[in-house]
Design a protein around this ligand. Structure first.
Ligand code: C2E
Ligand code: CA
Ligand code: CA
Ligand code: CA
Length: 284
């Protein structure tokens, strides 16, 4: 009887209420996720599309809460709104550095790519904290050299939009230390291509939404072609993300794109599987 009497307005009201409750719940548990050891890093290999060889890997955060994986698509925005993303980002970078060093020690040095939220660059204080944190990892692990050259930071276009010269200074300082900067989800933001000219970056990642459209025909392929030729002109390397099919891979190869990430080759995997895979590749 209740369902019958409900009008649209009540229905949507309920939905909004449920969503708000879910957000509040996630936020509550997210606060304790680090101390409860609920986070884990997965690694997704990035390969040479011609040889299949693993050339680097993206680090992807996983949250196992009460026996269930909660998607980063859900919890990262909540972490960003609440500011928890700063501590979470630091946790991710510590673990990634630990892994990079471990790989080095096993004679499997491989660059790791880390996602960074734009929130972490939002103020001068946060920028300073971001830089200092690398020094604190170095101290914590008593490292004589810090593996900056094995790390890439993936940022999004919205950072480029922030017309703030000190973000350029920060990125330049990070590159001076040896880190690479990659523009993630390229083409999905509102940035104009001209931002790229003035922005200190090394690499772009073509968003998977463009890769998905390869099958839809020439007009969609033309977009990827344009991104690739522009990247060449600006001397940026290119990664194609979300490659799932043979047809997508064939087109990527035609475009001479030198790095590919996607389910066609590998899904993100736990660290142990990743280490095993690398060891196997090395023994081939
Ligand atoms: P992203 O940075 O664009 O990461 C790539 C996403 O695409 C990952 O989703 C990955 O699992 C997925 N993916 C890779 N290959 C394929 C494919 O062939 N097909 C399809 N359909 N998907 C593919 P994931 O791991 O769920 O992460 C989602 C987003 O959450 C990431 O998107 C990133 O924006 C954010 N994220 C993940 N880890 C972190 C982190 O440590 N810090 C921050 N700030 N954000 C993170
Ligand atoms: Ca990414
Ligand atoms: Ca991406
Ligand atoms: Ca994304």
């Amino acid at each position: 009887a209740k369902a019958k009497g409900r009008n649209c307005f009540e229905f949507f009201n309920d939905k909004i209420q449920q969503a708000a409750e879910r957000t509040a719940q996630v936020h509550l548990h997210l606060k304790n996720a680090i101390s409860n050891n609920e986070f884990e890093l997965f690694y997704q290999p990035i390969v040479n599309p011609f040889t299949g060889q693993i050339i680097k890997a993206e680090v992807l955060l996983r949250w196992l809460h009460d026996g269930q994986f909660i998607s980063p698509e859900e919890f990262i925005p909540i972490a960003e709104e609440s500011g928890l993303i700063v501590q979470i980002g630091e946790w991710v970078r510590t673990q990634a550095v630990v892994c990079a060093i471990e790989l080095q020690q096993r004679q499997l040095p491989l660059p790791l790519s880390i996602n960074v939220s734009t929130i972490e660059f939002w103020s001068n204080e946060l920028q300073q904290r971001f830089l200092n944190y690398f020094d604190s990892i170095q101290q914590q692990f008593d490292l004589t050299v810090f593996p900056y050259e094995l790390l890439t930071l993936e940022i999004t276009e919205s950072l480029m939009m922030k017309q703030q010269s000190n973000i350029n200074l920060l990125l330049e300082e990070l590159r001076r230390r040896g880190l690479n900067i990659s523009v993630d989800d390229f083409g999905t933001g509102y940035s104009s291509l001209s931002y790229l000219v003035n922005f200190p970056v090394d690499q772009i990642k073509i968003d998977k939404s463009f890769i998905k459209k390869i099958a839809q025909g020439e007009r969609h392929k033309a977009i990827i072609e344009a991104i690739v030729s522009m990247s060449r002109a600006l001397d940026l390397s290119v990664i194609a993300e979300g490659v799932e099919t043979q047809a997508e891979l064939d087109f990527i190869k035609e475009q001479q794109i030198d790095a590919v990430q996607g389910y066609y080759f590998y899904k993100p995997m736990p660290k142990n599987d990743f280490l095993t895979l690398l060891a196997e590749q090395q023994n081939k």
